[in-house]
Design a binder for this molecule. Structure first.
Ligand code: PEP
Ligand code: MN
Length: 477
């Protein structure tokens, strides 16, 4: 058998596995040979190395009794909207922190990122002339894959920081010890975050007229205002026109919106404990978020993560890089979606503009030749990370923009639909990615001013909104 990477000993969790199996056989789920714990027979990469087995067992048992964060019916609704996008009739906007953190958790921070996502969505909706499906990398985006298990500073080696739901980023033995209780804290924070997002989405905060006014305000401070002002004003006039038609601020399309959550389903114990049988369909759903994705580092076809993903009925995403081979991606998609259900699979390319122009066409061809239904989304962040001379991990705005534009152009050439973008961004005025226009532009020496991320560098509010204006212009051509 393959050697196990450092991970907590899954085989010891047999008691939980048995309880699960009993629950399942009592109800008879639709998928044969799969249980929420069947992944445990496989090699699980990127799991924390807990020191006390009984402690993690107790936490996961407790979590099994906690309420699910989302309802299966919501995930199905999202899946049908993603199917619409896969068919070329909608555009998808994913956005949020690389890693949510305990320290940065405040209502204002959630609100500001949510607000920027709405601002971007209105502009994109107008530019693309289609609905925009909004997904936050929020309310559960904690666990991070790391390239090394240990981090060494001045000859001292400690476990790598794996996200606030696992350990803490300070470089001390106590902070880096994986603490199972952090899973509960992450769950609680996710519940609060999702509660606020639901309230914003349905309580009037998301009213289209307000969002459009925010964009007009943003334009006034923007050095490129002449270029974008027309677009912002056009959106505003379109809303006035709808008003004139009788679709006023009391109409539900004007004063509420759908907003979904997504994260990388990396910590399998956490995901398993929130996996629930949907009583209306007898299917299992990962109820930690509406949409779950698997990163590039953990999507081995025989690995534990792919086994887990196979059995949940949520819409799911798979990250693909320029190293991916077409046959491998095709067989993985077939394995995860044997009935070729539209909206079930999103392929998230992350390779940098140059590699994308070279490699995305062959991956699209492989999928098209196999007649598979997938939604194509660009993650222009993870293929564009560089380290500056002064030691900051950053991403140039220009490279991010270039990858998005390359994604649009390749799909146009191939006759397929560029279905959406996946961004690491925040509503805060951080200095983590360089570039952007005019006064708001971030230089390499600015990076130290407000570099707050707990993992990868994020677009700040101005950079994210500017990117959405540029995408909207391109999509309207
Ligand atoms: C991420 O989305 O933060 C991430 C780790 O991505 P990838 O797996 O594509 O590197
Ligand atoms: Mn990241």
């Amino acid at each position: 058998p393959p050697s196990k990477s450092p991970s907590f000993d899954l085989s010891n969790l047999s008691e939980i596995a048995e309880r699960r199996t009993r629950k399942i056989s009592a109800t008879g789920a639709n998928l044969k040979d799969w249980t929420p714990s069947s992944y445990r027979a496989r090699e699980a990469l990127q799991q924390p190395n807990y020191t006390d087995q009984s402690e993690i067992d107790a936490v996961l048992r407790h979590m099994e009794d906690l309420p699910p964060l989302v309802f299966a019916g919501e995930s199905r609704k999202l899946q049908s909207q993603l199917a619409n996008a896969a068919n070329g009739n909608a555009f998808v906007l994913f956005g949020g922190d690389c890693a949510e953190s305990f320290k940065e958790f405040r209502a204002d921070n959630v609100r500001d990122t949510y607000r920027v996502l709405l601002q971007m969505a209105v502009v994109l909706m107008y530019g693309a002339g289609m609905p925009v499906v909004k997904l936050g990398r929020m309310a559960g985006q904690f666990a991070k894959p790391r390239s090394e298990d240990l981090e060494t500073i001045d000859g001292v080696s400690l476990p790598s920081y794996r996200g606030d739901n696992i350990n803490s980023c300070e470089f001390t033995p106590e902070a880096r010890r994986p603490d199972p209780n952090r899973l509960i804290k992450a769950y609680d924070q996710s519940v609060s975050t999702l509660n606020l997002l639901r309230a914003f989405s349905n309580g009037g905060y998301a009213a289209m007229q307000r969002v459009s006014k925010w964009n007009l305000e943003f334009m006034q401070g923007s050095p490129k205002s002449a270029q974008y002002e027309k677009l912002a004003a056009d959106v505003d006039r379109a809303i006035e026109f709808m008003h004139a038609c009788g679709i006023d601020e009391n109409h539900s399309v004007m004063n509420s919106t759908d907003f979904y959550t997504a994260h990388e389903a990396l910590h399998l114990g956490y995901e398993e404990s929130l996996t629930r049988l949907d009583s209306t369909t007898n299917d299992f759903y990962g109820c930690s978020a509406h949409f779950l994705w698997c990163g590039e580092r953990t999507r081995q076809p025989e690995g534990a993560h792919m086994e887990y993903f196979r059995g949940i009925s949520n819409p799911i995403g798979i990250k693909i890089s320029d190293k991916s081979d077409g046959d491998g991606v095709v067989s993985l998609v077939k394995h995860l979606n044997p009935d070729n259900i539209p909206g079930r699979i999103t392929l998230v390319s992350r390779m940098g503009a140059k590699a994308l122009r070279e490699h995305l066409p062959r991956l699209i061809t492989a999928i098209e030749d196999a007649n598979l239904n997938v939604l194509w989304v660009a993650d222009p962040m993870h293929g564009n990370t560089i380290k500056t001379d002064n030691g900051f991990k950053t991403r140039p705005f220009e490279s991010i923009l270039e990858e998005v534009m390359a994604f649009f152009e390749v799909h146009e050439k191939m006759g397929t639909h560029p279905g959406g973008v996946h961004l690491e961004m925040t509503g805060q005025n951080v200095t983590e990615c360089t570039g952007g226009s005019g006064n708001a532009s971030v230089s390499q020496t600015d990076l130290e001013l407000r570099y707050l991320t707990h993992c990868d560098p994020r677009l700040n509010a101005s950079q994210a909104i500017e990117l959405s204006f540029m995408m909207a212009q391109k999509l309207s051509e």
